[in-house]
Design a protein around this ligand. Structure first.
Ligand code: UDX
Length: 433
């Protein structure tokens, strides 16, 4: 099939390359010339395992190309909208500027009967609003939310765990059939598929992210209680997780969630519910956000306490900057936020991350960045693990003890073995254990 993808950021670039790897003829459109030049040369503007490989392979077959010119999308039968919907500057709600602009750029080039497919995460009601101008231009609109996780984006796009199509009543069968053709390999693999209305499709995405965020904040709330009574939140999560109705995934307590999706999506959802006069229905999301942000401060407090209340001039090694491992993304990252707060208290913070230093440096040039974990650890009075990269999980407690000035470690992701670290002479503190 001939496809276009508007937006070549995280979502769009992955989608374009993944669709081309499935055999479609794809053009990615983005107004940022540098991004288009990079992608056309087979380079990715961000770190995502597996993406460079499918990008270069698809470029080589000629099935994938990129352009800044929306007219290049004119012969496509299906146009995906995969632009960002960042948090608005006023903090409330999603900024739909890029979605509106992409649709406006596309409409003059739409051929009759073409299907426009929204993938961006949008406030419920957006699809209904966009369907009208698209219909006037001779096209139709579907909403097909994307559930990809950073670090697993290629796999999640090619082998999704479900497909959700929000389609117009009048063209339900026809539009679902077109999307089935796009995702033929997933359909063949019997991926569950739900064809529904626009509003439900839009809600599935924000509801899923709200649920995941709530699950993390729930266990972090339990961590707060566990800290007071001396219980172990990791064992609590294991015990809860054995109940198949609850499940163990997304019950890892620590410094909380960050990234380009969960934090902004719960805030945007709360703002949209407020606009709809249903603010009270998701009022709990405000607490989910508050619990999450409290965990960062809790870690800062633990560091300050471990330095006897006097952080000024003291050397702190911060292991991790990305919001999670296998990513170079530092948007709303708890790890980077903690490093910045400690620096603000006068501590000599030396951070390390295998992938996220360039992005961190752009945002916070005032921080010190080490080129290796070993360098960050050298002479540290406290070690703070805040992103659970394998390299940090596998640190040897005996070797590490030889590098630092004081063997004090704060495990912000509860991934180290307290017994082994304590046996090697460390003062180990996890979060809620
Ligand atoms: C998320 C959703 O998982 C994905 O379906 C959606 O499309 C986009 O948002 P992503 O932002 O890539 O994906 O990250 P995810 O793996 O969900 O992790 C989000 C954050 O939660 C990370 O900061 C992670 O460290 C944190 N987290 C996750 C926890 O603190 N505890 C957990 O148990 C799980």
């Amino acid at each position: 099939m001939k496809l276009s993808v508007f937006g070549c950021g995280y979502l769009g670039a992955v989608h374009a390359a993944a669709m081309a790897s499935l055999g479609h003829d794809v053009v990615g459109i983005d107004p940022v010339a540098d991004k288009i030049a990079m992608l056309s040369a087979g380079r990715t503007p961000f770190f995502e395992p597996g993406l460079p490989e499918i990008l270069t392979a698809s470029l080589a077959t000629g099935r994938l190309r990129f352009s800044t010119d929306p007219a290049e999308a004119a012969d496509a039968d299906v146009h995906f909208i995969g632009v960002g919907t960042p948090q608005r500057r006023d903090g409330a709600g999603a900024d739909l500027t890029y979605v509106d602009q992409a649709v406006a750029d596309l409409l003059p080039h739409l051929k009759p009967g073409a299907l426009v497919v929204g993938k961006s995460t949008v406030p419920v009601g957006t699809a209904a609003r966009l369907a009208e101008p698209i219909a006037r231009a001779g096209g139709r609109l579907a909403w097909n939310p994307e559930f990809l996780r950073e670090g697993y984006a290629v796999k999640d796009t090619i082998e999704p765990d479900r497909l959700v199509y929000g389609v117009a009543d009048a063209s339900r069968e026809q539009d679902a059939a077109i999307l089935d053709e796009v995702y033929a390999s997933a359909i063949a693999a019997r991926t569950p598929r739900i064809a529904t209305d626009y509003a439900t499709a839009e809600l599935v995405k924000v509801a899923a992210n709200s649920f995941l965020a709530t699950k993390i904040s729930f266990i972090n709330a339990m961590a707060e209680i566990a800290e007071v009574v001396g219980a172990d939140v990791t064992q609590l999560a294991d015990a809860l997780g054995h109940d198949s109705r609850i499940g163990r995934r997304f019950l890892n307590a620590g410094v909380g969630f960050g990234g380009g999706c969960l934090p902004k999506d719960i805030r945007a959802f709360a703002a949209r519910a407020e606009e709809l006069g249903r603010g009270e229905s998701v009022a709990f999301l405000k607490q989910v956000d508050e619990i999450n942000l409290r965990r960062r401060q809790r870690m800062v407090d633990l560091v300050v306490d471990s330095l006897g209340g006097r952080p000024h001039g003291r050397r702190v090694a911060v292991l991790g900057l990305a919001f999670k491992p296998y990513s170079d993304d530092v948007r709303d990252s708890p790890a980077l936020d903690i490093a910045v707060r400690l620096h603000g208290l006068g501590a000599v913070v030396v951070s390390h991350d295998p992938e996220a230093i360039p992005n961190s440096r752009l945002l916070h040039p005032q921080l010190a960045y080490a080129t290796s974990a070993e360098d960050a650890l050298e002479g540290a009075e406290v070690v703070v693990l805040v992103t659970e990269w394998n390299a940090y999980r596998e640190l040897d407690p005996v070797e590490t003890a030889a590098r630092v000035a004081r063997p004090v470690i704060l495990d912000g992701r509860n991934v180290l073995d307290p017994v082994a670290w304590r046996a090697a002479g460390w003062n180990y503190t996890g979060m809620g254990r």
